[in-house]
Design a protein around this ligand. Structure first.
Ligand code: AMP
Length: 143
C-alpha cells in the first residue's frame, strides 16, 4: 500500500508558513489547525524546511520565550526528508522511526502534493488490522 492511498482518503491540503513569519505566528497556526508541524515554503520554493512543535519548544528552552518573536527560519529543520505518492506506507514508517520525526511531506515534480503524519499511518494500520481480523473471523465461521 502506498502513500497515495492515504492522501486519497485524507486529502492533499498542506498547511504552510513563510520563513520570515514569526514563531509566535507559526505556533498559533499549529494550534488553530490542530496539527504538529508546518511545511516552510514560499512562492518559488515548495519545501524550504519543516517546523514542528518540538522545534518551538526546543527554541524556548534554549533561548527563552522571546524567541517567539524571531522568524520561523531560526528554528526550522532544513534537511527535510520527503517521499512521493508511490512510496510504500511501511517505508515511510521506517523513515519516521529512523529519523525520529512524525511528519513526511509528499513532493512530486517539485510541487508539495500532501503530507503524511504518524497519526495517518497508525489510523491506516489499525483499519488494515481490523479488516484482516474480520476476514479471518468470516473465514473461520464459514469453514
Ligand atoms: P516531529 O516529530 O515531526 O514533530 O519532528 C521532530 C523533529 O524532526 C523536528 O526538529 C522537526 O523539524 C524534524 N522533522 C519533522 N519532520 C521532518 C522530516 N520529514 N524531515 C526532516 N526532519 C523532520
Amino acid at each position: 500500500m502506498t502513500v497515495e492511498r492515504i492522501l486519497s482518503d485524507k486529502g492533499r491540503a498542506v498547511v504552510t508558513v513563510e520563513p520570515d513569519r514569526t514563531l509566535a505566528e507559526a505556533a498559533r497556526l499549529l494550534t488553530e489547525k490542530r496539527i504538529g508541524a508546518v511545511v516552510v515554503s514560499d512562492k518559488s520554493r515548495p519545501v524550504i524546511g519543516i517546523l514542528s512543535e518540538r522545534d518551538i519548544v526546543r527554541g524556548i528552552a534554549s533561548h527563552g520565550a522571546q524567541i517567539l518573536e524571531e522568524p520561523v527560519s531560526r528554528c526550522m529543520t532544513t534537511k527535510v526528508v520527503t517521499c512521493v505518492g508511490h512510496t510504500g506506507v511501511l517505508e515511510v514508517l521506517e523513515l519516521m522511526t529512523n529519523g525520529k520525526f512524525r511528519h513526511v511531506p509528499v513532493v512530486e515534480d517539485h510541487q508539495l502534493v500532501g503530507i503524511v503524519s504518524i497519526g495517518d499511518i497508525v489510523k491506516y494500520r489499525l483499519a488494515q488490522a481490523e479488516a484482516e481480523t474480520r476476514a479471518m473471523r468470516d473465514y473461520i465461521a464459514t469453514a
